[in-house]
Design a protein around this ligand. Structure first.
Ligand SMILES: [Mn+2]
Length: 249
């Protein structure tokens, strides 16, 4: 079995989210072959060298999974695209900067975070172009920790005030652009997070977009599949102590 999750937004202010993630890691069934973390695992990331209790907690949760043979994969999100190889090695996970194409149930399926498909949000796309630039990143990572932290807080504040005033539809993916992108990448279906609108959405004429949900108020929406069965979205209660992975949406 394979599992995908996204948008946990772990931060020091929300230790219950980390506890929920640790609980999920502990309850993954014995036949779990891989865990895909499709971005925004962390609410912000200012460099692998920054002290970060959430990062320590993630390492503790992931190492036992790696030890028992679960493959760990990470696709960066718009909040944690600066997660680097140093942290990835500690957490025993492989980073896929451009997402990953998998064949699930005979269908090529593209696993991504999803933010780059929200092209109608022009302000965000302009910001993304800046911060995804390698030389901007090197410059940022070379700044003192306090300065990076201040910049991250500023960006978070700005994004929450801006997002509150943006029309709903520009913060979703652009359908036509997405259909073209999916085709270009040789995929039929898509699994992504970011938009916080968990559901099965039709994609083009014969595809499906499986959208994961963010973690909040004890609930998350995750995706589960086997190589020969279609993905299933499940609502997970991450506060529950039982071993269930949730109920299908
Ligand atoms: Mn996101």
């Amino acid at each position: 079995m394979h599992i995908a999750i996204s948008d946990l937004h772990l931060s020091p202010e929300h230790p219950e989210l980390l506890a929920g993630f640790q609980r999920l890691c502990m309850r993954l069934p014995t036949d779990t072959k891989s865990l895909w973390i499709l971005g925004d695992l962390f609410d912000f990331w200012i460099g692998d060298d920054a002290p970060n209790p959430a990062a320590e907690g993630v390492i503790k949760a992931l190492r036992p999974l790696h030890a028992r043979g679960v493959e760990l994969h990470f696709v960066p999100g718009n909040r944690d695209f600066l997660v680097g190889e140093h942290f990835a090695e500690l957490a025993q996970m492989k980073i896929h900067h451009d997402g990953k194409l998998l064949v699930i149930n005979g269908r090529p399926t593209w696993l991504i975070h999803g933010d780059h498909l929200c092209i109608d949000d022009k302000n965000y796309m302009a910001f993304r172009n800046v911060v995804r630039n390698r030389s901007w990143q090197q410059d940022f990572l070379g700044k003192p920790l306090e300065e990076r932290l201040a910049m991250a807080h500023e960006a978070r504040k700005l994004s929450s005030t801006e997002n509150a005033s943006k029309p709903e539809d520009i913060m979703d993916i652009n359908d036509e652009f997405t259909v073209r992108q999916v085709k270009t990448h040789g995929a039929l279906d898509l699994i992504h997070g970011h938009t916080h609108r968990p559901a099965f959405h039709p994609l083009g004429e014969e595809g499906t977009r499986y959208v994961l949900g963010d973690w909040r108020d004890g609930q998350a929406v995750i995706c589960q599949w086997d190589n020969d069965s279609a993905p299933v979205l499940k609502r997970l209660d991450y506060t529950a102590e039982d071993a269930s992975l949730g109920t299908p949406l």
